[in-house]
Design a protein around this ligand. Structure first.
Ligand code: TRP
Length: 520
């Protein structure tokens, strides 16, 4: 069984579209606005921009540089860079991202369900039998959503979304490149239509005012900083092992500093204009977004769209199509990174790996979508409450991404040596990195992340959740601890197992070589 050839991007544009397609997702369109609102709107921009320059761009260079230098998917590249422990970091990042992908795809399945509703029923009052609520008790979008998630149709939507993911990565870079060439430009087009609509609404520009008026008081709150840091990692697809994998398909002479700037710039400008569009939409109808990102996606925005003077259906369909395509070009990147990690490390063939990744992933997403799992004690204030999805998000998003970023910096910075990586990046880059890159990777970023994580754990133990919930350890602590333990087993344990199997394989290969050599 020969190794299949590794993928290559046909053009630089293909890579940029794929990488920015990965970065631009639900994070840009809805999570950013929800986070910005929760953390004081205008106040959020400053920590966000600081996070972009201090953490985002350097770590983006690190991931692109590592993938490009070793030309292998993340775990193997990390093995080559920093040995067995480095490989463990690689798998940990991918498995943590796999947890995120599972519920991200559940959310995408709900987006698909809402898109179907946007053709009609989303805008009409309906009863919510599952909660014993009559028509008109909740807003239309809320009742539509609770109706949808309390039925098993969502399982079907989940399968469709996973199938789409499987199809897009079936031919690797070839099929990904084809898809992003069509859909990423379309996403920009849709967004521009939405922003023009938002700003031309009466009072639409009031949202802008709120979004861009800084509130320095809020910045004293460390939670705002953790929110901004996690948001930067998530939105740039960092700490997922995705950028390293995508960069490993680039030609030898490609320029990673300029790639890092281009991808970050495209992503953050999309995020800004999405923020403007959504704030405009909400503020002209005086809708106050609830803190939860899910309520933003499924209640608040449809309420805003539903209040349009004309074109409710059209803009509803447009918006949910935008979300679905943006989400798909993100989720495929992780399926590719995970699949490619396994293919590169274990020398397996692509097709069976893709099938297995999709089946296991779909099982996870179905669990998040099962009606029984969704908040059984639905609060009447429009928040989804503490669901399984929220709890996993709490660990994988607010902690996992930052932990992975920390470990990447420590292993690449100290074990491989930040200067070695810098020299490799500089060899093919027009813009030359200097020693401040090393200082960022070795000292600044790890220390900043540690401080934030230390603070977060402290808050966790004393006055409750960090990620948007007034949640105190002790209440419902069984579920909280169960989720924490399963997250640790899946990521830490799973990475140990995969690293172990890889080591075993290496040993066998080495001893086969020795035996073979002795025979000659
Ligand atoms: N950057 C994406 C966003 O902003 C998140 C993302 C990228 C993602 N790749 C992913 C989420 C893979 C889940 C799976 O939305």
């Amino acid at each position: 069984m020969g190794q299949e050839p590794r993928g290559v991007w046909k053009s630089k544009l293909g890579f940029i579209l794929a990488a920015s397609g990965s970065a631009i997702g639900l994070g840009n369109i809805v999570f950013f606005s929800a986070n910005a609102y929760r953390f004081g709107a205008g106040a959020f921009y400053i920590p966000y921009l600081i996070a972009l320059f201090v953490l985002g761009i350097p770590v983006m260079m690190l991931e692109l540089g590592v993938g490009h230098h070793y030309r292998r998917a993340f775990p193997e590249a990390m093995y080559m860079a920093a040995g067995v422990k480095g490989e463990w970091v690689g798998w940990f990042g991918l498995l943590n991202a796999a947890v995120i992908t599972m519920y991200y795809i559940t959310i995408l399945a709900w987006v698909l369900g809402t898109l179907i509703g946007a053709f009609g029923s989303l805008w009409q009052a309906s009863a919510v039998p599952a909660f014993g609520l009559e028509a008109g008790t909740l807003s239309n979008s809320m009742s539509y959503f609770f109706n949808m998630i309390s039925r098993y149709d969502t399982v079907f939507y989940v399968l469709i979304v996973w199938l789409l993911n499987g199809i897009v990565v079936w031919w690797g870079t070839k099929s990904i490149e084809r898809v992003v060439k069509v859909f990423v430009p379309l996403m920009w087009l849709f967004m521009i239509v939405l922003i023009v609509r938002g700003l031309t609404l009466e009072n639409g520009s009031n949202g802008l005012y709120l979004l861009f008026t800084p509130d320095f008081e809020v910045m004293k709150n460390p939670q705002v900083w953790q929110g901004a840091f996690s948001q930067i990692f998530f939105t740039l697809s960092l700490g997922f092992g995705i950028m390293a994998t995508y960069a490993s398909y680039l030609p030898k002479d490609s320029d990673q500093t300029s790639n890092a700037f281009t991808i970050s710039f495209l992503n953050c400008s999309f995020e800004f204009i999405a923020g403007i569009a959504i704030f405009a939409l909400l503020f002209c109808f005086a809708i106050v977004p609830n803190a939860s990102t899910l309520s933003m996606t499924f209640f608040v925005i449809p309420e805003g769209l539903g209040a349009f003077p004309v074109g409710v259906k059209l803009f509803g369909i447009l918006f949910y199509t935008l979300l679905l395509t943006a989400g798909l070009t993100s989720s495929v990147s992780l399926v590719e990174a995970l699949g490619s990690g396994v293919i590169d490390r274990f020398g397996l063939r692509r097709r069976p790996v893709v099938i297995i990744v999709c089946i296991l992933g779909a099982i996870g997403s179905v669990i998040f979508a099962l009606p029984k799992v969704i908040d059984p004690t639905l609060a009447n204030d429009g928040t989804l409450g503490l669901t399984l999805l929220d709890l996993f998000d709490h660990w994988a998003f607010s902690y996992g991404l930052l932990i992975c970023g920390f470990l990447e910096c420590v292993f690449v910075g100290w074990v491989l040596g930040a200067d070695k990586l810098r020299k490799s990046i500089n060899k093919t880059s027009r813009y030359q990195l200097n020693i401040s890159f090393d200082i960022m990777i070795k000292y600044v970023i790890p220390i900043v992340i540690l401080v934030i994580l230390g603070y977060a754990i402290n808050t966790e133990a004393s006055d409750g959740g960090v990620y948007g919930h007034d949640f105190v350890m002790g209440e419902q602590s069984n579920m909280h601890i169960l989720v924490l333990v399963s997250w640790i087993i899946f990521t830490v344990g799973g990475a140990l197992i995969l690293t172990g199997i890889a080591a075993q394989k290496r040993k066998k290969k080495a001893s086969a070589l020795v035996d073979g050599g002795a025979g000659n």
